[in-house]
Design a protein around this ligand. Structure first.
Ligand SMILES: Cc1cc2nc3c(=O)[nH]c(=O)nc-3n(C[C@H](O)[C@H](O)[C@H](O)COP(=O)(O)OP(=O)(O)OC[C@H]3O[C@@H](n4cnc5c(N)ncnc54)[C@H](O)[C@@H]3O)c2cc1C
Length: 505
């Protein structure tokens, strides 16, 4: 017999699990299905035992912008469980560390940015007083551009916008880095395999940077990255919902009002509402099938472009376990000074390790939650550049390890083990067509009014994913989409309560 639910959510990324938490809390009988053996999608962690000691390691490298002040907090508040996820936040006593290449510039992240950082930035970049005044104007523009005005910049690349304010190449590179970190998409148009990929939208990057800076609430979940989706899933279960891992969906049959979701072991579940967290392209073109949608919608979906990751801006993450604490800081951000993003694309295209350092983003998870590493030991998680499908992966790993060593001396000698995750394998893990890092790119033509929406042309079928998130960075883009989708579903249910069921107020 086919088991019936009010709502089925496919995928337990931050968007899927967050959406399921709200729906279950409002009284909908909710099923959350995940194909992997753990929850979280891209934002997940795994347990590794070495010599009888346990390490909890993030699969990729994650640090979070707004934490409980952003969509994660909104979801839990809406679900009536505001404390289901607990957060670490850095302090002024032990803030994140920033470098412009090898020169320390204090804590580059809000709220730790201080006037003395400007002096350090000037010393490191050699910028003139006039150029530094231009830099302050850019910060001011980011803070003061209203949301309405920012939409006027949606069709301009971030590169064009920043160059209309600054000429100093090192300062430009600094802002390119911030844009790549926020939108995980290059700030300028690129050609790849004969196709043009539009650069990151200035309007969207400004909205994201401004939200990040104003919240001043970066952090990390206690329990590691997986604690976010686990926290949402606990709410689902507490409210009577069902959470199943190792459950791969192969088809969503939308022929009837009650949709049938089929797993690869032939199990079937039925519900009037299905929310896919798998991604817009994968849901429309694979799980449901293009023939079920209007042709113009299918064309629109086919033409959407993913963010960077497995296309050209490849990455590798190194998870390094060391036998003693080597550093106190929770996070390190090293912004390149002599290797532009255009140059690094060329190195990657040639599969040749650069002769200069690139962008490094290093978290020290056990400094944020000591339970993630055994006592007196430390876990370091670094992400840096790497060619896609590299034939010289060992060289890229060595290049990245040598860079980490500059910021954390002793990391090589004190290494117990080092796990490596390359960007090209993201698609295998997420079930997406490409190894994108964030979702559908926040690029020119795909933001504002043109951003994909959670609603689909099929009644009762929704997409809750970073793909359909309207604003934010990575996990928060997805969580915001989970929140927005849950609201749309609840509105739909309220309007069709004779067919579905009444919701809890
Ligand atoms: C290397 C790297 C670093 C990053 N760093 C950051 C960061 O520091 N901060 C930040 O905020 N964001 C970061 N991101 C981005 C962030 O991880 C993603 O944007 C976000 O997690 C996407 O969430 P999602 O819910 O949309 O999708 P996903 O996380 O991809 O979740 C989709 C889920 O659906 C499941 N699924 C797929 N197909 C099926 C199927 N057929 N049946 C059942 N289940 C299925 C998948 O297994 C997966 O669990 C990073 C990403 C990467 C890759």
């Amino acid at each position: 017999m086919v088991e019936k639910f009010d709502a089925i959510v496919i995928g337990s990324g931050t968007g899927g699990a967050g959406c399921a938490a709200i729906l279950a809390s409002k009284g909908l009988k909710t099923l959350l299905l995940e194909k992997n053996n753990v929850l979280g999608g891209r934002c997940t962690s795994y347990v590794k035992e070495v010599d009888g000691e346990e390490w909890i390691i993030d699969k990729y490298v994650h640090y979070f912008c707004r934490c409980e002040k952003g969509p994660f907090g909104k979801i839990l508040k809406e679900a009536g469980e505001p404390d289901a996820i607990k957060w670490f936040h850095p302090t002024f006593e032990n803030p994140p560390l920033g470098y412009l290449e090898n020169k320390p510039v204090g804590a580059p992240l809000p709220p730790f940015l201080q006037p003395q950082n400007m002096k350090e930035i000037q010393d490191a970049t050699g910028a003139t007083d006039e150029e530094m005044a231009g830099l302050l104007k850019v910060f001011d523009a980011i803070f003061s551009t209203t949301r309405r005005k920012s939409h006027k910049l949606d069709d301009m690349t971030f590169d064009a916008w920043i160059k209309s304010h600054l000429e100093n190449p090192k300062l430009i590179l600094m802002f390119h880095t911030l844009c790549v970190m926020m939108n995980v998409h290059l700030p300028f148009d690129i050609q790849y395999k004969g196709k043009t990929y539009k650069g990151s939208s200035a309007g969207d990057a400004i909205r994201n940077l401004s939200k990040w800076f104003k919240a001043g609430n970066t952090g990390y979940p206690l329990g590691g990255s997986i604690a976010i989706s686990n926290g949402f899933a606990e709410v689902v279960q507490k409210c009577g919902g069902v959470v199943l891992t190792n459950s791969r969906v192969i088809n969503i049959n939308v022929d009837d009002y009650n949709k049938v979701v089929e797993l690869d072991d032939n199990t079937q579940y039925e519900a009037p509402i299905v929310i896919s967290n798998v991604g817009i392209k994968e849901t429309v073109l694979k799980l449901v099938g293009a023939n079920k949608f209007p042709e113009d919608y299918v064309e629109y979906v086919k033409n959407l472009i993913y963010s960077e990751g497995g296309r050209d801006y490849g990455v590798v993450s190194l998870k390094i376990a060391v036998d003693k604490p080597l550093i106190d800081a929770p996070v390190i951000l090293a912004i390149p000074q002599n290797l532009t993003f255009k140059e690094i694309l060329d190195f990657k295209a040639r599969d040749e390790v650069p002769d200069r350092p690139g962008l490094y983003y290093i978290t020290i998870p056990s400094n944020m939650d000591p339970s993630l590493a055994p006592p007196e030991k430390q876990l370091i998680n670094a992400i840096g550049p790497c060619a896609i499908n590299s034939k010289h992966l060992d060289d890229w790993i060595e290049y990245n390890l040598a860079a980490v060593e500059k910021y954390i001396p002793g990391v090589r000698e004190h290494k117990i083990f080092m796990d490596v995750a390359v960007g090209d394998n993201i698609a295998e893990w997420t079930g997406r067509f490409e190894s994108d890092m964030v979702g559908i790119a926040q690029s020119v033509g795909q933001v504002g009014e043109n951003r994909p929406k959670p609603e689909t042309p099929i009644e009762g079928l929704y997409i809750a994913s970073a793909d359909t998130g309207q604003l934010g960075i990575g996990t928060e883009l997805s969580a915001q989409s989970g929140f927005d989708t849950a609201k749309l579903v609840l509105k739909y249910v309220e309007a069709h309560k004779e067919k579905v069921k009444p919701i809890k107020q």
